[in-house]
Ligand binder design. Structure first.
Ligand code: ZN
Length: 227
């Protein structure tokens, strides 16, 4: 029997690649998507379609109103999503306070229930916006916490938090995904996509994705709102 894994699936390029990697490693995959008060539903709709297309065992869409505390351009509509700035060094306003800690905590609870000892998350510390909860030391610390904090961890069924994209550039991620047969036109990465899933082409996430296709020498299949 295939070993079960829980994969965090946002509907973007990275999490979709992570799902394909987990499947290719022989895991039977369950998907978890957060409806966390994002600016748009395009990502959620993409996640549902991807989960279906990629044949996950189950897909949980977990409601979590992070817009209750806001503090991010992704969860507070009164804060504009900034255009990409090449020389930016500060953590951008698209950082969602404690997001990966919150997401992984819920994933941990769901994984313990399923049960699944393997949790996959598609974070990268290479082509990213400088978020502190995308760094390798964060995932190492969370993995440690997961095994201290759970019945499963204490009873000898430890969790492993897998971050297969952690040291991959966007281009390498795309190449990996293409080799695994992913249709990236299904994925939505834009921080302010239209309801139809059209990307703005201006935000950090759009720019990193666009550069990834360029660097990988692949045609950009992203659907943009303007030419
Ligand atoms: Zn965008």
């Amino acid at each position: 029997m295939l070993s079960p894994a829980l994969v965090l699936l946002s509907g973007g390029l990275d999490s979709t690649t992570t799902l394909a990697i987990a499947k290719s490693q022989g895991f039977s995959c369950h998907a978890l998507t957060f409806d966390y008060g994002q600016r748009h539903n395009a990502e959620l709709n993409a996640a549902k379609k991807i989960a279906q297309t990629m044949g996950v065992k189950s897909h949980t869409v977990f409601k979590l109103a992070l817009d209750q505390f806001g503090g991010s351009a992704l969860t507070d509509k009164s804060i504009a999503v900034p255009d990409f700035q090449a020389a930016a060094t500060a953590i951008p306003i698209t950082y969602v306070p404690a997001r990966n800690t919150i997401f992984l905590s819920i994933a941990l609870g769901l994984a313990e229930t399923l049960p699944a000892q393997d949790i996959f998350i598609g974070a990268s510390s290479v082509d990213y916006s400088g978020y502190p909860d995308c760094r390798p030391e964060f995932f190492t610390a969370f993995n440690h916490l997961a095994n201290l904090a759970t019945q499963s961890g204490i009873e000898g069924r430890p969790f492993t938090v897998h971050t297969p994209l952690l040291y991959l550039s966007k281009a390498q991620t795309l190449q990996t995904g293409i080799a695994l047969g992913i249709d990236y036109s299904l994925t939505v990465s834009c921080y302010q996509a239209s309801e139809e899933g059209l990307a703005c082409g201006q935000c950090d996430s759009c720019m990193l994705r666009k550069k990834g296709f360029e660097d990988a020498g692949l045609a950009d299949v992203t659907r943009y709102s303007k030419a």
